[in-house]
Write a protein that binds this ligand. Structure first.
Ligand code: 3PG
Length: 307
């Protein structure tokens, strides 16, 4: 039967592993888990008999797929697929899918964990500030952005969003104020929550031009991708403006320098953990295995991203 390989350097929680495995076996698919691998070679060895792959942020490039001659489908159990070389997969006629929306709530909840940590001064006992009444700007109103908006309303925040791909009526319908440019978002909101993918257009797009617009005591929270930030510009700007803070779920390339230069103004989680909840692992992992089964059994390509 078709062989599914779950290739996860950052493994799913055990509950999700058991469920993914049970679903595959019930449909008579062979399944193998290659977890916590440390080298490319281990990954190459792990995928050699794969017809289907489930990955998270694992790199799926030309080299990896060259070690998987029977590969027909890759499902990224998650939203962003910048870790997958779509052209290389398309060339080999390998279908690539993601599982949109399945881990969004987990990421959105983390946004507020990070924000509270910052506005309460790393929980050090000193006087902080509240989120209530503050303006939060949601940079991209997709699955995560929508959850952030919902939770922000619970904090009684004033919620704004900018997304050139979403109709402003759709944003208004959720009682969120749509803004017509990214500059306006950064100018209006003291708190900015980033939810854009890393693409050729967005990489390093959050730069000095936007930082310069930020109001006093601004905090940028990034649970999306580190690549969208122009790190040099951010460092230069934080040097100039002592009131700006940056908090992220993805350590910057300049992580050690940031910690040294900006104590209590820069915080990054030890390892990207936005989607690392039992629920998100179950949702994304189960969706991924079901999509693979539907693809082999019925030719279903609903979530294909390399059409
Ligand atoms: C995503 O794109 O779905 C998130 O960034 C989660 O990534 P992860 O599965 O590597 O935690």
């Amino acid at each position: 039967m078709n062989k599914i390989v779950v290739l996860t350097e950052k493994p799913f929680a055990s509950d999700a592993v058991n469920k993914i495995s049970d679903i595959a076996k019930a449909e008579k698919f062979d399944i193998k888990f290659v977890e916590n691998y440390k080298t490319k070679e281990e990954a190459y060895e792990g995928v050699k008999d794969a017809e289907a792959l489930i990955v998270r942020s694992d790199i799926v490039d030309k080299d990896l797929i060259s070690h998987a001659p029977n590969l027909k489908i890759v499902v990224r159990a998650g939203a962003g697929y910048d870790n997958i070389d779509l052209n290389a997969c398309t060339e080999r006629k390998i279908v690539v899918m993601n599982t949109p929306g399945q881990n969004s709530n987990a990421v959105a909840e983390l946004v507020f964990g990070l924000l509270l940590y910052m506005v309460r001064n790393y929980f050090d006992g000193s006087t902080g500030t509240e989120l209530k009444g503050k303006k939060i700007g949601i940079h991209a109103y997709g699955n995560v952005g929508k959850h952030v908006a919902r939770i922000a309303k619970g904090f009684d925040m004033d919620v704004y969003a900018y997304d050139p791909f979403v109709n402003s009526d759709e944003i208004k319908k959720d009682n969120i104020t749509p803004l017509s440019s990214v500059e306006e978002l950064y100018q209006t909101c003291q708190i900015i929550s980033i939810h854009i993918p890393a693409t050729n257009e967005t990489i390093k797009s959050i730069n000095a031009k936007l930082f310069e617009k930020l109001p006093k005591n601004a905090i940028i929270v990034n649970t999306a991708r580190k690549e969208v930030i122009n790190e040099e510009d951010l460092i230069a700007y934080m040097e100039k403006r002592e009131d700006i803070k940056y908090v992220t779920d993805i350590q910057m390339d300049h992580h050690s320098e940031m910690i040294e230069r900006f104590p209590k103004r820069y915080f990054a989680t030890a390892k990207k953990l936005g989607a690392q909840t039992k629920e998100a692992n179950n949702n994304a992992g189960i969706a991924a295995v079901k999509q693979i089964i539907a693809f082999f059994n019925h030719g279903d390509t609903t979530f294909q991203v390399n059409k």
